[in-house]
Design a protein around this ligand. Structure first.
Ligand code: NAD
Length: 284
């Protein structure tokens, strides 16, 4: 595998921002893309804020911040000729497939294509490519600049030699890679689905309220309660993952999306990113 110097990050939302930050902080040049130019601006601003917090904690110098920010450059999809692309756009198979088809036109066969998908099949995302062996999953967790775990997913067609190199790449980002199989939800999202869905069911059945469920699960050792976590993830993203997993598991009732989360999304109450979800958040 060639060395991975230049990284393309597609999608400047919650996940793309954190991924661009950790890649730039590890010394990589990052080309940052989004269909919405304002999302790139917002993304770079939010990376700046994260880095300010690191400065305040004495973990970074102001010059260090400038160096990291200067490595992140906005780019169009056509300009994204890189060693590794990490895609973090909406959780829709057709959108991800279309992006990688476009990127195949501007990149040599040696460029690795990685998706940050939470639940889609890596094999399906790569199925339209002329070189599907370059397709992998790199599943970062939210917030990506803080969370250590990265699931490294090998699809059916993935060239196995890439996996070893990507494990090293993830370690060099200061993260903990775990190689997993391409099955719906991989490991964490499959298990965690029930953390969300069972809590929603309890709320629906009026067995307990949101604050009580969150408080009790935190006191049982979880870092965030299920409703706090859903608000952090984004209720739209979380619902889409529930829907995809429900379909992937032949509509087995245990993965059925809950009407409460459908209603939140219908009302645009997406969580932290919109200022209101299960909780209210002050705009920064
Ligand atoms: N939110 C989480 O907690 C979380 C955690 C792990 C993985 N993921 C996965 O990461 C991906 C992104 O999730 P997110 O929470 O960052 O979403 P988000 O809604 O915050 O951001 C998505 C971004 O993609 C952009 N976009 C949409 N279509 C595009 C296109 N065709 N080309 C370029 N940009 C496009 C949007 O403008 C938006 O800025 C999804 O696949 C999601 O399942 C999310």
């Amino acid at each position: 595998m060639n060395s991975l110097n230049k990284i393309g990050v597609v999608g400047a939302g919650a996940m793309g921002q954190g991924i661009a930050q950790v890649c730039a902080a590890a010394g990589h040049e990052v080309l940052f893309n989004d269909v919405d130019l304002r999302a790139i601006e917002r993304g770079i601003k939010s990376i700046g804020k994260n880095l300010d917090q690191a400065i305040a904690k004495g973990k970074l110098s102001p010059e260090g911040k400038q160096e990291i920010i200067s490595r992140i450059k906005p780019a169009t999809l056509q300009e994204l000729c890189v060693d590794l692309v990490i895609e973090a756009v909406v959780e829709k198979l057709e959108v991800k497939q279309a992006i990688f088809s476009e990127l195949e036109k501007v990149n040599p066969p040696s460029t690795i294509f990685a998706s940050n998908t939470s639940s889609l099949s890596i094999t399906s995302i790569g199925s339209r490519l002329s070189h599907p062996s370059r397709m992998v999953g790199l599943h970062f967790f939210n917030p990506a600049h803080l969370m250590k775990l990265v699931e490294v997913i090998s699809g059916n067609e993935t060239d196995q030699r890439l996996i070893e190199g990507l494990v090293r790449f993830v370690e060099e980002l200061g993260k903990t890679p775990v190689v997993v199989k391409d099955s719906p939800g991989f490991i964490v999202n499959r298990v965690a689905r029930h953390y969300y869905l069972e809590s929603l069911k309890m709320l629906e059945q009026k067995a307990a309220d949101i604050g009580t469920i969150d408080a009790l699960l935190k006191s049982a050792g979880f870092k965030l309660g299920p409703f706090e976590l859903m608000d952090l993830i984004g209720n739209d993203v979380n619902l889409e993952v529930s829907r995809l997993m429900y379909n992937a598991f032949d509509k087995t009732p245990r993965f059925k999306p809950n009407p409460i989360q459908e209603e939140k999304v219908r009302q645009g109450l997406l969580g932290k990113k919109t200022g209101q979800g299960y909780y209210h958040y002050e705009k920064k």
